[in-house]
Ligand binder design. Sequence first.
Ligand SMILES: [Zn+2]
Length: 277
Amino acid sequence: MLILQPVDNAPWLAPYAYGIVLLGFAFFLFRVFENWYANAYDKPLYRHYFVFRKLDSKQVSILENEFLFYELLSKKEKRQFQHRIATFISEKKFIGRGGIQVTERMKVLISAVGCMLSFGRRNYDYGLIEHIVIYPDEFYSKINDAMHKGEFNPYGKALVLSWKDFEKGYQINNDNHNLGIHEFMHAMQLEARKSRDLDSTRFAKQFQNILKRLTHSEVKDKLDETRYFRAYAFTNQYEFMAVLAEYFIESPKDFKSNFPKLYTFTQKLLNFRFAGY
Ligand SMILES: [Zn+2]
């Protein structure tokens, strides 16, 4: 028989308790500093905890042969990019529709476009996307009873793409049309509205800066005069950001020389500080 006496205090526990309190306090201070840093410098203190996943040689050769952005990265960034793509591929479900067979090439290239747009973020894996649905060509969408090249459906947690148009989007990399970037931006923007992490907070802040900038009369006049952004951008704020991202990714130099402030805000919003941007 064992009778345990209730103990009011267990002195041997005290050092551990102090330790835990101290650790908690250190963690709290770190979070305060991290938030201050992100706000002051418009970028996260760090983007990676661990980089350990690798793509296999076939996947890497797809990037090397077909994805220019990858070639522009440093050795370290390439490792990070590979890790992110591998994680993305393992987390998302790729589904072929309309008779298309999902290939490794499709998975790698779609993931590469998503991870490229989110490469400056810590949170890069698009929590609002679970399924990537691929059609061979334009597809019928019930949402507005029309043919679509792509859509992001937050209710079905699905990013839907016409493969033909996706391919054209990233292969012709200077015409400011990039279907993948466009649809991934929709998912990122909606996530920014729903989340409170550092990346979403930065998104919201820079998005406000962009909106404010658009109300300046000199910017308005220049937009009217040059018709720089295609008309579709002015459908609503979501389409504007999606089109802005396409221009930013595809012709940064041109964008910067036409609208330097808008460019800087977009760059900060994405924390896009690599590959010569
Ligand atoms: Zn759109």
